[in-house]
Design a binder for this molecule. Sequence first.
Ligand SMILES: [Zn+2]
Length: 374
Amino acid sequence: MRSIGSMLVSKFCVFCGNPPENKNKEHVLPQWLLKETGDPKRVVKMCFNYRTKQHIEFSWNSLTMPSCTTCNDEFSGLEGQIKPIIQALLRREGVSVENYISLMDWMDKVRVGLWLNYHILQGNPTGIDPNFHIKERIGRKDRYLAVHSIDTDKMGLNAFGVESLVFHNAPICFGLKINSILLVNISADFIFSERAGFPYPTRCEYISVGDFMGAHKLADFEMNKHIEHPVLHPRMHKASIELVQPILQADVKTSASVGPQKTMRNFLGVNWDVDSYLTPRTYPPHFQAQGVLLRQLQDQTISLPELAQVIEFDSVTGDESQPIGELVAQIYEYQNMLFEKAVPDGVSVDDEPWKGILSFNSAVAEEYRKRSGG
Ligand SMILES: [Zn+2]
């Protein structure tokens, strides 16, 4: 096994991005989860270093990132909340809206943590400089969570989609299989806002010159004030649970050009905290702007405004039921679809490096589908 300890030379805290104060180690996948899914010291082989062209074997246990002691302490509470939630899901029990929101926060943490970690493990294949860290992503952007029930007695922990070049470019979509459940998570700026009836930008321009080079300029916000079903469009295979949460980004800049900057807050007006449409559709305290959870069912999408409400598993039977290989293949294909949508104007996905980035995922999807006999 290659030692990865020496490769982890990053100087930033995985949570805040600053040089770590009272340096600590954060397990990207926590110890309790490793114990829940088998021998915590087991070795996995699922990472490819694009620079050295070598597969890397490592134990989940050694997957750590530097962190500040205070940052680490701040998030240990979240870890404590998640363990009983995962255990309830493994028993197919109902979980409250409030606990699902915590689970979505945790998925934000894991998704960004794995992105930062794989970025180092894989030799930074796309030459990016991580410009955000865990703290800046928890509960900050529209998000989707699916829980798939997998018919298996085998224990195990697998992360899907995190090694792909699309994920490297932007950590938007990934899957996490924990024993007999597969969690699928998607999160990005305003990705569900339009269909959730929330304010969304009708223009998103890529800035190719000047001080804001590489940024996106969001402009001309609109709000339809009604939910379109399905909120995740196109939808993925039916899951036992599918939840979408739109997030109001109050302070997002709606213009990144010179001059006074308009924000979402301006768009919504001074009294946006008491907006008659949005207030009952966000959880208190409303200034935090967390949209009410939407449950996407087969034929309708329903709002879940009560935090104590328990969400029970929906049945997935017959033709609706998909083998794990198909569910995993879909993650890689969905990544490709989202990536193609985000490609700047004037760029063709038939040209490199875009073509190679997409074809890697297509090959992985095909492989998983073959293995599941599809
Ligand atoms: Zn920190």
